[in-house]
Design a protein around this ligand. Structure first.
Ligand code: 5AD
Ligand code: SF4
Length: 444
């Protein structure tokens, strides 16, 4: 494409968290509204949006290699926009280092993409990494189609300032979207085909708003209201901070059938000195106490977490405390990472950065324990009857794939279609998925 032409086709590539997937979908809708069509599979797009993640090192490096790879055989490049958290954190560097990038747009500014494309099509390079007070959500188009599972961003940003994390800098301060907007968006999603909604936020359980009667409510209140939407079958939320697990939200797990028995509650480490240095403002014990309460409210809850190994100064003995915590919890699934210094964060300049080889070894040990527990959790579901929300066809003829209430992938044979809720009996378990036989199909 010649740089002074308006793009006709686009491709959005999202990296990182579910929030980015949500943002990527919103950008795609915004572009479609401008009359720009998704590029057919396997064909070059006139406009490529790289919706980036900055949480760990490799993600940012990947952006630069992706930019390089977009170069066509004739030496030309599509119109490239870098969006997301790398754009926010390293916008100027990207502009300097990658001349083929014409637009840099931060996570709070992507509703301005259409204007930016107009400017870039006229040959200018544009950056917008503002964090405006007015919400970008108002400027986004309505969603008209949805698969059976949908994301709904209810809260963005973070005020916690864990010392290793870039999120408070890239996504800004905690902001809750207004209650009325969320109820309306959820209803529209359900009308558009969603049967499960996952509420998203960097600190989703810090969400707060005012309901129609003017009362201040928390995430549990919002979930209670969403559960009233008749054709919405399932509600999930992620990611939560231990300090925002209110008694109301814990109780909601025992009281609201549509709230799925799954909780992702990152702990990061099992040693109190390390947790303090991370500025987590909870201890291993207070975290375990919360899980105990959640389990009392909902005994079959599947627990999930995030871990960082090799935080600056972490000793072998301190790391052992992480393994002890893992043993005490018995997680259903987890994410675990090697510590990655993020420029501008307090931990990046702390003494005693842990050597890579030590981090590698710790990560292997941690992941072996987490895999063991995940497999044990999966095995324990064999023989249980549960509903599965059908998400897509499997590899084999007649096979379907969906998720159990505990977020496990389940495959089974059935006369079903996408969006059906199928009652199954779990018959086999692997490390990453379950097999099942059908008991009953409730049509979508
Ligand atoms: N290094 C490694 N992992 C990190 N995370 C956040 N920042 C870093 C970092 N600098 C992990 C945390 C968080 C998850 C989203 O990413 O575990 O919960
Ligand atoms: Fe990052 Fe901590 Fe905020 Fe999570 S709570 S987004 S880890 S600063």
């Amino acid at each position: 494409m010649h740089p002074t032409q308006t793009p006709k086709t686009y491709r959005v590539k999202s990296f990182g968290c579910q929030m980015n997937v949500y943002d990527g979908d919103r950008m795609a809708e915004l572009l479609a509204e401008q009359g720009i069509a998704p590029a057919p599979e396997g064909e070059d797009a006139d406009l490529v949006v790289l919706n980036t993640c900055h949480i760990r090192e490799k993600a940012a490096e990947k952006v630069y290699s992706d930019i390089g790879r977009l170069k066509r055989e004739d030496g030309s490049s599509p119109l490239i926009a870098v969006a997301g958290c790398v754009a926010q954190a390293e916008g100027e560097e990207i502009m300097a280092r990658a001349p083929s990038v014409k637009m840099v747009v931060g996570p709070q500014a992507y509703h301005r993409l259409p204007d930016m494309i107009r400017e870039a099509s006229e040959g200018r390079r544009v950056t917008d990494t503002d964090m405006p007070a007015e919400t970008k959500f108002d400027a986004l188009p309505r969603r008209r189609r949805s698969g059976p599972t949908a994301f709904l961003t209810v809260q963005e940003g973070c005020d916690k300032f864990c010392t290793y994390c870039v999120v408070p800098y890239t996504r800004g301060a905690e902001v809750s979207r207004p209650h009325g907007d969320l109820i309306e968006e959820a209803k529209r999603l359900v009308e558009a085909g969603a049967r499960e909604i996952t509420l998203l936020g960097q600190n989703v359980n810090a969400w707060t708003g005012e309901n129609a009667r003017g009362q201040t409510i928390g995430l549990d209140g919002l979930i209670r209201e969403l559960a009233q939407i008749a054709d919405l079958a399932r509600i999930r939320y992620t990611t939560s901070h231990p300090n925002d697990m209110t008694p109301g939200l814990i109780a909601a797990h025992g009281e609201i059938d549509k709230l799925m028995p799954f909780l992702h509650l990152p702990v990061q480490a099992g040693n109190d000195r390390v947790l303090k240095a991370m500025n987590r403002s909870h201890s291993a014990e207070s975290y375990l106490k919360i899980l105990e309460q959640v389990r009392a409210a909902r005994p079959d809850i599947a627990l999930s977490g995030d871990f960082i190994v090799g935080f600056p100064g972490e000793t072998d003995t301190e790391f052992e405390d992480t393994l002890k915590l893992v043993d005490a919890v018995g997680y259903a699934q987890c994410f675990s990472f090697k510590y990655s210094p993020r420029p501008g964060t307090p931990a990046a300049t702390m003494d005693e950065q842990v050597p890579l080889a030590v981090m590698d070894e710790r990560l292997q040990r941690l992941q072996a324990a987490l895999n063991r527990d995940q497999y044990a959790f999966n095995t324990a579901t064999v023989g249980k009857t549960c509903t599965v929300l059908v998400e897509r066809k499997g590899k084999l003829p007649g096979q379907w794939l969906g998720k159990s209430p505990w977020l496990q992938s389940v495959h089974f044979e059935a006369d079903a279609q996408v969006g059906d809720l199928v009652e199954v009996e779990i018959t086999s378990a692997g490390p990453n998925s379950l097999g099942a036989v059908v008991r009953m199909v409730a049509a979508a």
